[in-house]
Design a protein around this ligand. Structure first.
Ligand SMILES: Nc1ncnc2c1ncn2[C@@H]1O[C@H](COP(=O)(O)OP(=O)(O)OP(=O)(O)O)[C@@H](O)[C@H]1O
Ligand SMILES: [Mg+2]
Length: 287
């Protein structure tokens, strides 16, 4: 079964064609980078998959996540609320709720699997709070748990959003430029934690990055976009200079200088077995 499937998805804003995808199929358990120059349609693609944007009507296009229809022919599925619970999002613009504390934001991740009556009473169980704290610990943010999200830096918010996706136990995570404007160390933590979720929990991750270096270091495959179209889908280790030039065109050299700060390497990159045990990954896989 494919984790994500798009067929015939077109989206126009006014006269501009923002997305034009004949087919895209992503296998479960892969970590896939979406690359392409600014305006290529990366964010538009992710917003379609999460059901935040609907495609043009009349094209009979469809998007499925784990075989369930998210949208078809420009209309959202009736089950969209339930389906969204399976999709974790780490989006730059609307990441966390500013007036809530970081911990409360992470706890929001549990709501999708909370019984209806408790959702309204807004009480979280001790176990949920512990899980949220462990997730914050995992992304190196536990000391900020009580701080209002609006007062956190961009990078701290991104990490909080990753913690929320962990607590949500999402099967698919869409991360739109989760490391844009982060310092190399924060970028490394965010990418590595996404990779940990992917490898230890089998979560399918779709992540857009401008830094090609991070795409090839952390991801299995790369989806290359330009002008709303998918130019290529290939294993991350087969990205070569010619391909990159085809994707980025004349702007490639300039872009390289702009974004290609090398990803720092660390010996302890993968989460330790202890850290993963901490997250109850086994229990999660069994439930
Ligand atoms: N709500 C909107 N209204 C009008 N045009 C839009 C809207 N959203 C996206 N677009 C246009 O669609 C195209 C694709 O935009 P998108 O944000 O998906 O690009 P991107 O690949 O994410 O770029 P970046 O790397 O700069 O984030 C752009 O030309 C953009 O101007
Ligand atoms: Mg974007």
């Amino acid at each position: 079964m494919k984790a994500i499937e798009l067929n015939n998805i077109r989206k126009t804003f006014g006269a501009r064609l923002a997305l034009d995808v004949e087919t895209l199929a992503i296998d479960g358990g892969r970590m896939v980078a979406v690359i392409g120059p600014s305006g290529a349609g990366k964010s538009t693609l992710m917003r379609h998959i999460s059901g935040l944007v609907t495609s043009d009507r009349g094209t009979r296009g469809s998007i499925r996540v784990h075989d369930e229809l998210i949208q078809s022919n420009g209309r959202l599925s009736r089950s969209i609320r339930r389906l969204r619970a399976e999709i974790g999002v780490v989006f730059q613009q609307f990441n966390l709720v500013g007036r809530l504390t970081l911990l409360q934001n992470v706890l929001i991740g549990t709501l999708s699997r909370t019984p209806f009556y408790r959702r309204w009473s807004r009480s979280f169980t001790h176990a949920e709070k512990c899980e949220a704290m462990r997730a914050l610990d995992f992304v190196g943010m536990s000391e900020f748990a009580a701080q209002r999200a609006s007062t956190l830096s961009g990078g701290q918010q991104q990490r909080g959003a990753v913690a929320r996706a962990i607590v949500q136990r999402a099967r698919v995570v869409l991360a739109d430029e989760p490391i844009a404007s982060l310092d190399p160390e924060s970028a490394r933590v965010v990418m590595q934690r996404l990779r940990d979720m992917n490898q230890s929990d089998g979560v399918t991750v779709l992540v857009s990055v401008h830094q090609i270096d991070y795409a090839s270091r952390y991801c299995d495959d790369v989806v290359a976009m330009r002008d709303g179209r998918i130019l290529d889908v290939c294993p991350a280790d087969r990205l070569d200079l010619d391909k990159l030039k085809a994707i980025y065109g004349e702007r490639f050299e300039a872009m390289q200088a702009e974004y290609l700060a090398p990803a720092p390497v660390r010996a302890d990159e993968a989460a330790s077995a202890d850290e993963l045990k901490h997250l109850d990954i086994e229990a999660r896989l069994n439930d």
